[in-house]
Design a protein around this ligand. Structure first.
Ligand code: S3P
Length: 176
C-alpha cells in the first residue's frame, strides 16, 4: 500500500474490481457521512442515454474510457462545492493516467478488496457487465488489475455480506 501521509479529506474514491460493492458501499458511506454520492457508470449511462453494454458494443472500450475520464473531471469540479463519495468503475483505476491525476487532485482512494471466487459468485448471472464473459477471462483480468488496485491509499476487506461492515472498515482508517 501507499505510505504517503494522508490528511483528512472530503473527497473519496472507491476502487475495486467488478462485484466488489463500490456502488452499494459508496451510497451507504455517503449517507453515513451526510456527503454527496456519485457513481461513475450510472452517470455515463445517464449522459449518453445508453447502457454500458451498448456503449461497449457500439463505440468500443476506448471511447468508453474517454467518456469515463470526462465524467470524472466533472465530478472533481463538483467536489469543489461539496464533500463527495465517488464509486469508480472497475477499470477506472487501472488506467495509469487516472491514478496520477486523482492523486494530484486530492482524493483519497480505498480499494475494496475481495477474493476473485467471491466476485465471480456475485457477478455470475448478471448481464450488464460487458467485461464479464466467463470465469476464466474474469480471473485473468482480475490478476492484471491487482497491481493497479494495490496503488490505492487504503485497502479494506470487502469480502463481507453486509456493505455496512465495509463502511465501518473505511471509517476506521481515520482519514475522512
Ligand atoms: C468495467 C467495470 C464496470 C464498468 C465497465 C468496465 C471494468 O464497472 O465500468 O463495464 O473495466 O472493469 P463495475 O466495476 O461497477 O461493474
Amino acid at each position: 500500500m501507499n505510505t504517503r501521509p494522508i490528511p483528512i479529506r472530503r473527497l473519496v474514491f472507491l476502487v475495486g474490481f467488478m462485484g466488489s460493492g463500490k456502488t452499494s458501499v459508496g451510497r451507504l458511506l455517503a449517507e453515513r457521512l451526510g456527503w454527496g454520492f456519485a457513481d461513475l457508470d450510472e452517470e455515463i449511462e445517464r449522459r449518453l442515454g445508453r447502457t454500458i453494454n451498448q456503449i461497449f458494443a457500439e463505440q468500443g472500450e476506448v471511447y468508453f474510457r474517454r467518456v469515463e475520464r470526462q465524467v470524472l473531471e466533472d465530478f472533481l469540479r463538483r467536489a469543489e462545492q461539496e464533500a463527495l463519495v465517488v464509486a469508480l468503475g472497475g477499470g477506472t483505476f487501472a488506467q495509469p493516467e487516472n491514478v496520477e491525476w486523482l492523486r494530484a487532485n486530492g482524493g483519497v482512494t480505498f480499494w475494496l478488496a475481495c477474493p476473485v471466487e467471491e466476485l465471480i459468485r456475485r457477478c455470475r448471472g448478471m448481464t450488464h457487465r460487458p467485461l464479464f464473459r466467463d470465469p476464466a477471462s474474469f480471473r485473468q483480468l482480475y490478476e492484471q488489475r491487482l497491481p493497479h488496485y494495490q496503488r490505492a491509499d487504503f485497502c479494506v476487506d470487502a469480502d463481507r455480506s453486509d456493505p455496512a461492515q465495509v463502511v465501518e472498515e473505511i471509517l476506521k482508517c481515520g482519514v475522512i
